[in-house]
Every structure is written in C-alpha cells, then in structure tokens.
Design a protein around this ligand. Structure first.
Ligand code: FES
Length: 97
C-alpha cells in the first residue's frame, strides 16, 4: 500500500496516516490551504489519478463543497481526506484556480 504524489514528472511517496494535507506539509510539499484545513476555501483540492474508489467517502464538510463546486469523483480536499495504513492511491495537485 502506498501513496504517491505525481509532480513535475516525478513520483514522491508519502508515508504515514492522518489528513492528506498534513502528510503533504510534513513532507515539505507546497500545497495551498488558505483556510487552514477548515473545508471552506477549496485551495487544498487534489486530483486522484489512480485509486479514487479505494478512498473513504467524503465527510459532510467535504461533500458540501464538492456539491457546491461540482467536484468530480476524483477531486478531493486534502484537509478532509483521512489516510490509513491501507491507503493506496496516486494524486496530483492541480494548478490554483
Ligand atoms: S484547506 Fe481550505 S478547504 Fe482544505
């Protein structure tokens, strides 16, 4: 099981559990998070390019934003996505809107 970030043609493996946003920040990966993880800004949006169906369902806060902004199934909020030992997916950080 592994989590990989595809960025600039490279794959970076992330390790650990907890919020995806925190894993990124711990790994010194630049990811916007304007509201500080409160699910109100959407700037931490990531695109899951492989394994989206293996991820936990959106919580209420994430679902609210996903509905408001018409997110695709593969778009997730890093601040709301909880990573477990079993997580296995590849994601990208899309350009800021
Ligand atoms: S940091 Fe604002 S929605 Fe995730």
């Amino acid at each position: 099981m592994a989590i990989y970030l595809q960025i600039d043609g490279e794959s970076i493996e992330l390790r650990g559990t907890g919020r995806l946003l925190d894993l990124c920040l711990s790994a010194k990966i630049a990811i916007d998070h304007v509201c500080g993880g409160g699910a109100s800004c959407g700037t931490c949006r990531v695109l899951v390019v492989k394994g989206a169906k293996n991820l936990p369902l959106r919580n209420e806060l994430e679902q609210e934003m996903a509905s408001d902004r018409d997110f695709s199934f593969e778009e997730r909020l890093a601040c709301q996505l909880e990573i477990s030992q079993e997580s296995d997916f590849i994601f990208e950080i899309p350009p800021s809107e």
